[in-house]
Write a protein that binds this ligand. Structure first.
Ligand code: ADE
Length: 233
């Protein structure tokens, strides 16, 4: 089944990079479908208002629930099987390769991109009863809105779909791929031609043609790198 992704945002143009390169080709080939919806099409006042001041005080603005309710109802009314609604937020669960793999198995992802100080909390609560809701963070830093996070998640998910990567670029050796042994999550260095560049040689083992030696060399490089960069302090 073709994966359908709906993105709801106040900046539909933010998603245009998805027309490029690997993801653009995947869309053209029908390997996944992307539908971007403007949240402001679900406002009914002259100023197309989507935000308001927070109850309880505090800085910034919060997105009002009504436009989100209308937009999400319309997307869910399509009746696609088992939708997942993803709310990108710095207070979400970490987005990982495992979560990308999980989303790549689904048939309908709806990404609700908040701006400002986020979306009125009743929206996620309401839809929890109607769909699977995931609040997801792409890292411990704060973006101006969920759109960049949506781009990141869509790219990570779509490249895992069957047919998107060619055989020669399988995702199975990637850093964080599910088959990697514990302690070797990070993929080590790669080399190509020429064998000698600015006095630096490609490691001899990679030219040896001995696949068992190459495999164990790569595993050791990966172990050292993972230890250096990801050891718990
Ligand atoms: N929105 C703002 N910051 C974010 C983050 N780190 N991850 C996901 N969505 C966000």
């Amino acid at each position: 089944m073709t994966l359908r992704i709906d993105v709801i945002t106040v900046f539909p143009q933010y998603l245009t990079p998805l027309e490029l390169s690997l993801l653009g080709r995947a869309q053209e080939s029908g390997l996944y479908e992307l539908h971007v919806k403007d949240l402001r099409d679900h406002t009914h006042d002259r100023h197309r208002t989507v935000d308001d001041t927070p109850y309880g005080g505090g800085p910034g603005m919060v997105m009002r629930p009504e436009p989100w309710g209308e937009a999400l109802d319309q997307v869910l009314a399509r009746g696609e099987a088992e939708p997942v609604i993803i709310f990108p937020t710095p207070s979400g669960v970490p987005f990982t390769q495992a979560l990308a793999e999980e989303f790549a198995e689904r048939s309908h992802l709806v990404i609700a991109c908040g701006r400002y100080e986020g979306i009125d909390a009743r929206v996620a609560e309401h839809y929890r009863a109607l769909a699977e809701v995931r609040e997801v963070s792409i890292g411990d830093y704060v973006l101006a809105g969920g759109e960049a996070a949506a781009l990141v998640m869509i790219e990570a998910v779509v490249r895992l779909l069957p047919g998107v990567l060619g055989n020669s670029q399988s995702a199975s050796d990637d850093s964080f791929a599910p088959g990697r042994a514990p302690g070797t999550e990070l993929e080590g260095p790669n080399y190509t031609k020429p064998p000698s560049w600015r006095g630096m040689e490609v490691p001899e083992v990679l030219l040896s043609g001995d696949h068992a030696r190459i495999r164990s060399w790569r595993e050791e490089e990966s172990r050292v790198l993972t230890q250096q960069r990801r050891a718990e302090a």
